[in-house]
Design a protein around this ligand. Sequence first.
Ligand code: TIU
Length: 221
Amino acid sequence: MMPVIQADPFDFPFQREMLALIVIDMQRDFIEPGGFGESLGNDVSQLGSIVPTVATLLSAFRAAGLPVIHTRECHKPDLSDLPDAKRDRGAPTLRIGDEGPMGRVLVAGEPGAEIVPALAPYPGEKVVDKPGKGAFYATDLMSHLQGNGIKQLIFAGVTTEVCVQTSMREANDRGFDCLIATDATASYFPDFKTAAIEMIVAQGGIVGWATPTAEITGALN
Ligand code: TIU
């Protein structure tokens, strides 16, 4: 019988050889003071609190020999992949590409665009740099997943209702089974996190499944 992870709205059956963890945008620019997230007017402390839980998920996947994928929201240094509409959105004190305390905001290769040290990718783990909120738009993620026979994705990272939910919806439309680890994701707005997870599992899991990290790590052992 296929193993399952207990989840909402019902159990998540999985096949180890088709399963991967995808950690969305756990970057200094979103999580640390002085980065893009704070420049948008956000209190970044909400996001830092999930780092240990994401680390637990990463350890469990690495110990089980299962694939891990990391994403980073960032742009080319010449900003050729940054639409004006994205650059000009809102009223940030720092715009994407501007010089800030952690280098140029959300630009590839700058300190702020790096994943926080506690969650740094291991050699050989796939890192997807993405110019959009979704991880599939203008990236090689789809071909990477197809090439490795991955059909089921466990989601963690930030922010729940922006890049995590967008990526999960993109994956769901492409035929992947998607499960979000509820305590390994965070938003600058706790109410939005709750609402996003409710939307995902509503209507019989219209976008996917949701469950705490302990259910996932327990099922992998
Ligand atoms: N990674 C991600 O979610 N990017 C964002 O811009 N999120 C916000 O909530 N602003």
